[in-house]
Structures are given as structure tokens and as C-alpha cells.
Design a protein around this ligand. Sequence first.
Ligand code: GLU
Length: 476
Amino acid sequence: MTVRVRLAPSPTGTLHIGTARTALFNWLFARNKQGKFLIRIEDTDKERSKAEHIENIFEGLKWLGLTPDERPIVQSERIEAHKAAIKLLLDKGLAYRCYASESELEAMRANQIAQGKAPKYDNRHRDLSNAEIDAFKKEGRSAVVRFRINDQEEIVWNDLVRGPLKWKGSDLGGDMVISRRSSTDEIGDPLYNLVVVVDDSYMEITHVIRGEDHIANTAKQILLYKALGLVIPNFAHTPLILNSEGRKLSKRDGVTSINDFREKGYTPQAMANYMTLLGWSVPEGMNERFSIEEVVSFFTFERVNKAGAKFDWDKLNWLNSQVIHSWTPEVLFDELKNLWVKEEWELPDKDWCISLAELIGPSMTLLNDGVTEARPFFEEPPLEEQGRAQLEVDGVTEAIKSLIGYLDQTPWDGIDKNIGIQILSEVAKSVGVKKGLLMKGLRAALLGKMQGPDLMTAWGLLARIRQDRQRLRSRI
Ligand code: GLU
């Protein structure tokens, strides 16, 4: 059997971190079993589904490295197959039309609540006579289609994360609506549980892996598989992602969509790594920092936790900094280039930029820190009181002038990385100041203040001074 799994996002918003984590677990399981990872866009909610969200979902998945193995299926294109399944259930007598109006249903629920009962449909139109049906039609009533649920039926499945699960038909809220209202004999728009079953079966899905908020749907869907005579897939329900207070991570927590994380400067490597840890525990001896490809051979549902996964910003930040720190300055510059260009900074030669990346890399946690940290190197920082005082110390401006003079005369090709520090020492010596004083003076001249990032590697610093000669001259 070839394992086939799917992500079934509803394009009613941008790619949510919970959906992305579900995608990741599906992808890891598929890769582990040499199976296929598929996508189905569940766009049956016409009002809330948007093309831009579909685009955002695909883009986010691609960013994370989770591309599908086959052409995605679009649910709304399969509406005829969904309606055919409903018709089959109607023909078999396993489904029926319910003419109860919204206000009648409202009154029914209010009555149940008043009696201290949980509200549920009371199956009132389950066995209407033809005369009753005709009377309702004459009144011009519209009807939904409901699927019969036997209160006594036990629904059991072996959940791959949670082990054996058992539901009773009586816990499923009465006969289930499978199509929206229609005022003709035409079947109205098919609804979620029905279409999922029809489509998962059509796509030959072997394992349905989704969030635990779908457990009750699984019980209903199993009944539909049986009624339609379809093969029931395996199910795995993954834990929800919780905020620090233990509640489901929501918009109120600031960031929930993969976009938000991307915009804040998280890397796809750190996000994918962290999302794997959200609900999956690493085998003993395995480092928590990994690429998702490295996890493939270890991924099993036994290691997926049953309890909700608390979102831990410190760990995500740590992973992100680890990813950034593992890059060479060249790679880091590649990542930062666009961010710097966006700031409308004029980038000097590439070597200089790489030196700057090398300088700021170790103190970066987020990619966006690469903008904050680089800013004083591109924008003239104001000369603050401390900086001005430093430039007034005896010998400082002479030393800087002498260094600039040296750089004016010396061909740049002759200055290699190893001798940068030597040049700084020699220039300081030639004007009779300590190298430390020259460095402080350079800091004041370049940054306008005494705090801030390290200046640069000696070579990078020289390159920078060379680049900035005009500006520095005007300051000293
Ligand atoms: N469209 C559903 C959702 O976005 C997914 C349902 C499923 O995986 O079966 O929650």
C-alpha cells in the first residue's frame, strides 16, 4: 500500500501556523513511508474563500519546503461528485430531507436548554409521510438533507496518536446536515463532513492527519464512509498549539500566520524545525536543532504528544539565531541584501557588505536584526555628546586623518585581511597614540556614539573607512 496523505486547508485566511504544522506532520509521515503528500483546497465556503489566500497558502508551504507531490485538488470543482454521494444516501434511505425552519430549530434548542439538556437536533423529520412532505413543500419551505445517525451506534477507531477512541452515535448532535437548504428538489450545497469523505476517498487517502479539533468530525465521517461503502482511512489527531496561558494560539497572540513569522525575520529552516518540535518529541540523543529532512527517518506517531503543545518563543528565537549563526557571511549577506535594498541603502562593494554581515551576524536573532544592526553603517548617525567628546581627545583626529591619508595612498588590492590589524597599529604608533584610542575615535566618528555594535573586523573596518572617507573627513 502506498501511503497517501493530504493537507486540506480552507482558503478563508492566510496560512495559519496550526495548518502549517499539520502540513509538516503529513509531509514527514509521507516521506518516512515513501508515500505521497497531497493538497486539497477546501473552498466550498464561497463567501469566505479567496484566491489570494490560496496563493498565500501555497507560497507559505513552498517557503517551508513542503510542496505537494501531485497536482492539488480543488474541492469546489468536485461538487457534482459530492451531490451524487448525497443522492446515493437519499436513494438508500440513509439520508432524508428535513424541512424544519431556522426558527423552529431555534425554539427546539431553547426548549432543550431550558430542560437542562444539551441542544441537539431531535430527528423530528426523520420519518415524514409523503403527505407531510407535500404539505411542507406547498408552504414553500426549503429543506436541508440530513444523514441518519443511530444513537446506539458505537464508533471506534484506533487513532495513531491517541490510541483506541470510542464515540457513541448519541454524542453527535442528532441526524447530521450534509447539504445546505434548497427550495427545489435539487440538492443544496454539500457540507464539510460529506465532501471530505467523498474527496478523501477519491484521492485514495490512506491516513488522515489533522488537528484534534476534528475528532468529533472523524466519528461522523466514519459513519459516512460506512454508509457510502467506502474504505475507511487511518486517522491521526495531532495536538493543538497553545499560547503561554494554555489557550489555543489565536490572533490575539500577535502572530499566527506563517506570513507574520516571515515578516518578523524568522527563517524557514527555524520555523520548520520549531514546528516539528511543537507536538513531536525528539528521540533520545537527537539534537533539537535539525533540518526536516533529518527528521524523516525518525518520524513516528508514537512520538507525537497527546497534550497540547505550548508555544515557546525562547526556543523558536534560539533556533532562529542558530540557523543564522550557522551561515557563512556570504549566505547571510544574500539573505540580508533585499532587506538592505528595501531600506534604500546604497550598497558599496560586495566584500564590504560581506564584512558587515560577518560583523553583525553573531548578535542577530532575527533576520530583521540585520537591518537594525546595519543601520548606523548606512545612515549618518547623529554625533552624540559622548562621541563628540571622544573626538576631542588629544591625538584622535590626527590618528584618523593619518589613517585616511594612508588609505588614500595605498592601493586597496594590497590590503589583505591579515594585515588590517597591523595597519591600524602602525598608524596609531606613527602619530603616537594607543591603538585602543584610535579605535574609540573611529567608533565615535562612524557611529556618533560610544555604544553600539562592534565596529567590524579590522579589514572590514578599513574597507568601510575607505568607502566613507568623505563623510569621515567632514566629521573630524
Ligand atoms: N478544511 C479543514 C480545516 O481547514 C481541514 C479538514 C481536514 O483536514 O479534514 O480545518
